[in-house]
Ligand binder design. Structure first.
Ligand code: ZN
Length: 265
């Protein structure tokens, strides 16, 4: 695999996979997501890897999906084309992180917005620096019914999830920690080391035990309807892509709409 948009590092039993487009605030282009998926798959089958970290190089974890690319390449997609694209690149790739049979830790600084919010929240554990913030503004900015994977109520609880989505606002790292979405908030210059220390501690447990443990933890969510709720939202989200509200934004340019609102970045 030749990597252009992510960086992969092996640090003892830990595989760190980083978004690596800092000049574009780590926007998740089609290629970046594909490389990320391939890197996760490689880490899963590599017996030397016991814990995976998903991170971002530079000032931000990620600003979310690459909307400039979306406007350029996918603005005129039919329902069928968009459904197929988003199912593969947004939905299935995300769920593969959730279902990876090894613990995955998100290491988040700066922006963690929309598409990146889904990726980070597929992880077992979220470590954040004090400057990190989380948002999913797409109801306001794009006329889209949240992002494709509605993980929000599962990780935030319903009250916080609804406020975040209805207002398009931000959660600070401290608020996200209080809501239980973030495990630990640490100073920015300690984020990498603290995340690595946590990963190394986890890696001391036998891998098969961790695999079983994660399976049971995932199943405790599945038993509450996690998978079917996410699948249902994915289809609902597709409906929002053919709404008049979304079409109006698309007509003006997806990324322009977001910039005009002075959104986040
Ligand atoms: Zn979408």
């Amino acid at each position: 695999m030749s990597l252009k948009m992510i960086a992969v590092e092996t640090i003892g039993p830990v595989r760190r996979i980083s978004h690596n487009r800092p000049e574009a605030r780590n926007a998740e282009s089609r290629q970046l997501l594909q490389e990320l998926d391939e890197a996760v798959a490689e880490a899963v089958v590599d017996d030397g890897v016991r814990v995976i970290i998903i991170a971002g190089k530079g000032d931000h974890f990620s600003a979310g999906h690459d909307l400039k690319e979306a406007q350029r390449e996918r603005a005129d997609f039919t329902v069928e084309q968009r459904w197929a694209f988003e199912k593969t690149y947004y939905y299935d790739y995300c769920l593969r992180i959730f279902n990876a049979p090894k613990p995955v830790i998100a290491q988040v600084q700066g922006a963690c917005v929309a598409g990146a919010f889904m990726v980070a929240n597929m992880c077992d554990i979220v470590m954040a620096s004090e400057d990190a913030f989380f948002s999913d503004p797409v109801a306001h900015t794009l006329g889209a019914a949240a992002v494709e994977v509605l993980v929000h109520p599962w990780v935030l609880g319903h009250r916080k999830a609804r406020e975040l989505l209805y207002t398009g606002g931000r959660l600070t790292a401290a608020e996200a920690e209080r809501a239980g979405m973030v495990n630990h908030v640490v100073p920015r210059d300690e984020l990498e080391q603290r995340t690595l220390a946590l990963a190394n501690r986890i890696a001391e447990a036998p891998p098969f035990t961790l695999r079983l443990l994660k399976k049971s933890l995932n199943r405790s969510l599945e038993a509450q309807g996690f998978a079917i709720a996410l699948a249902a939202h994915f289809d609902t989200h597709q409906l929002s892509h053919v709404s008049e509200a979304f079409k109006a934004v698309r007509g003006k340019g997806l990324s322009t709409a977001i910039q005009k609102r002075g959104n986040d970045l």
